[in-house]
Design a protein around this ligand. Structure first.
Ligand code: PLP
Length: 397
């Protein structure tokens, strides 16, 4: 039975790294053989405060001893969820004052899509080529990779695509458009930043035609790129903000925020326009609140830019063509996928966890916990440079 299960797990990823995890703390994951692995991936940006951050663990423990789950369709006031939503509102612009808590990023995107349709009465959604918004039917419909979508058709209709950063294509946004959905910084596509005032131009076009702008900050959100949310740096406030991943430092959560006027359209007749049993779960909300307080109280957010500089300074190697991204959402770009693959595997063998990007096979992701130290960055960079030297030697010989 155990072996069958392991075989099944391995089948679900094309690159099983084969680690059996014993425990994890801070920036390290420990295997069952006692090996320590420096984590430059942070559960694909989910462990924002590293593994088992004491404040997060304490919040979970305290809430777990108080109550776990009661009723959640608005019957009772659940303080952890209310406190979390209030704290988020304190950090968000007034247009995003109301937050709906769900269980994952893709579920938050589903809620955002439903909200956009309900509020505008329109059905067309415009998404970007190479975008990733999750794997449930609505989120999958936004993707433009036929090989990934085809087997699951029919998906939701009226989805059209634009190329991220191409101003000419904004004319596809019309009075038929319910919403434009973009990642503020494209993740799976290779950590592509918005150019110049691109997002502001999208915002303007949406305003002109009455379409909503949904920004997916599931990856860059919660302090990873030098501000609590990346949209702040691009001076473009969305109508609906979609969050997840790093929000609860490693526990399953998602959320979408909008104005209370817009959000209330979800509870117009017929009522219960969007419901979830576990969304707003007290234990997870307590972990998210502890995470938000920790991220926003010290200098963790500002430090991401100092840490980015350290990575850029250290990671100079002839095989690295480019370092893309911002803060602690960085991607190393190589000439080919073989180099990227080999780097991930060689680094893993030497105690450093790196990972691939979904739609850019030539890239390797670096998205460590925000709490990573300068010494840990140096340690990981040494392993990367050593692995790249070995790869370069092998190629030459
Ligand atoms: C930008 C973006 N949107 C949505 C998702 C989906 O989130 P989840 O896996 O929590 O459903 C992800 C996950 O990788 C993501 O990176």
């Amino acid at each position: 039975m155990k072996d069958d299960f392991l075989a099944y797990q391995a089948q679900t990823t094309s690159h099983p790294l084969g680690l059996q995890i014993a425990h994890a703390k801070g920036s390290y994951i420990y295997d069952t053989n006692g090996g320590a692995h420096l984590d430059f991936v942070a559960g694909v940006s989910a462990n924002s405060l590293g593994h088992c951050h004491p404040k997060v663990v304490q919040a979970i423990q305290e809430q777990a001893e108080t109550y776990l789950h009661v009723m959640v369709y608005g019957e009772y006031v659940l303080a952890p969820a209310v406190d979390l939503c209030k704290a988020l509102a304190d950090h968000l612009p007034p247009q995003l004052e109301t937050t709906y808590l769900v269980n994952s990023g893709t579920e938050a995107m589903e809620g955002a899509l439903k909200l956009a349709r309900r509020f505008t009465g329109r059905s067309e959604i415009i998404a970007a080529h190479n975008a990733y918004h999750g794997n449930t039917m609505g989120s999958l419909s936004l993707m433009d990779y036929e090989e990934r979508k085809g087997p699951f058709r029919p998906l939701i209709p009226d989805v059209r695509h634009i190329t991220f950063n191409k101003l000419e294509e904004l004319e596809k946004i019309t009075v038929k458009t319910a919403a434009v959905v973009l990642e503020t910084i494209q993740g799976g596509a290779g950590f592509i930043l918005p150019k110049g005032d691109y997002l502001q131009k999208v915002r303007k076009k949406c305003n002109e035609v009455g379409a909503l702008l949904i920004l997916d900050e599931i990856q860059p959100g919660f302090g990873r790129t030098g501000s609590l949310f990346a949209f702040e740096q691009y001076h473009c406030v969305p109508d609906i903000l979609v969050m997840g991943k790093g929000m609860a430092s490693g526990l399953p959560i998602g959320a979408f925020s909008a104005s209370s006027k817009m959000m209330s359209s979800l509870s117009e007749q017929p009522k219960l326009g969007h419901i979830t049993t576990f969304g707003g779960n007290p234990v997870i909300a307590a972990a998210a609140l502890a995470t938000l307080k920790e991220i926003t109280s010290g200098n963790l957010i500002g430090a991401t830019l100092t840490k980015e500089k350290q990575f850029r300074k250290r990671l100079k190697h002839p095989l690295i063509n480019e370092i893309r991204g911002k803060g602690l959402m960085l991607a190393l770009l190589f000439d080919n996928a073989d180099t990227a693959n080999e780097l991930v595997l060689r680094a893993a063998a030497n105690g450093l966890i790196l990972f691939w990007l979904l739609f850019e096979p030539r890239a390797v992701r670096i998205s460590p916990p925000l709490t990573i130290s300068a010494q840990e960055i140096d340690e990981g960079c040494d392993i990367i440079l050593q692995a790249l030297n070995e790869i370069a030697d092998r190629v030459v010989n």
